[in-house]
Write a protein that binds this ligand. Sequence first.
Ligand SMILES: Nc1ncnc2c1ncn2[C@@H]1O[C@H](COP(=O)(O)OP(=O)(O)O)[C@@H](O)[C@H]1O
Ligand SMILES: [Mg+2]
Length: 260
Amino acid sequence: MNIRTTDYLVFDGVTKRFGELPVVDAPFHLTIPRNQFVVFLGPSGCGKTTLMRMSGGLDTPSTGEIRLEGEPVGKPDQRRGMVFQSYSSFPWLTVGQNVAFGMRYRPDLSSKEKRRRTEHYLRLVGLHEFADTYPNRISGGMRQRVAIARTLAAGSEVLLMDEPFGALDAQRREQLQVELRRIQSEESRTVIFVTHDVEEAVFLADRIIMFSPRPTRIIADIDVTAELGATRTLALRDSDTFFHMKTKIIQAVREMEVAV
Ligand SMILES: Nc1ncnc2c1ncn2[C@@H]1O[C@H](COP(=O)(O)OP(=O)(O)O)[C@@H](O)[C@H]1O
Ligand SMILES: [Mg+2]
């Protein structure tokens, strides 16, 4: 039997309208192989969040279907971890407990391992000292970091991340980009990551899907790994190849904005 392992996450003729408003109008086709890091790059309001919500099962396409390994995506489940722009933590759990809560469906992890992971990811997002604090005592940006730690600790095989680093300062953002990329390659995750930041897109992506303004269609499908390779370090940011790739994409974004 010929199993097509490349057809892991599939958008098959997806469209979406809200009442009279077409968001994704031309049928949206995209096939994402397992373990690919895909970045959705597009202007504000083009429908990126809508696509992510549908991928997570929080909303349904008007037509077409999204499938994970051949199964239509249904309600949110543990296989797909989501970090969205606005995140609500559980106010009755401490920061540490919120992170650990992400691992509640991981009977394969011992309590000791769960504690280790909680500590590791809290340290990573710079909240180690706030493990015992309740979410209402920390800022919105810090709560977003709790969400990131929780999702990474949970170890979902698909990560759906909608501008997760938007509220972070530049340095922590870079650290988390490096770490996310490391986790993705070492632990074999498939990622869809939304951003409107070209530098972030180029640094993280194996592949960038560029969107037009609404009604949205794909205007470019860029193989970043073919040009930059799979290993991403901070040093790469200073390289000529990185700079050229970034410049090319910024130009494409400008041309698109002029064309509208
Ligand atoms: N639940 C909804 N009802 C009506 N319109 C919506 C809804 N969600 C999003 N929209 C509209 O759909 C368009 C795309 O939104 P969104 O997916 O959030 O864009 P992006 O994330 O790319 O900025 C916007 O015009 C937005 O106002
Ligand atoms: Mg959005």
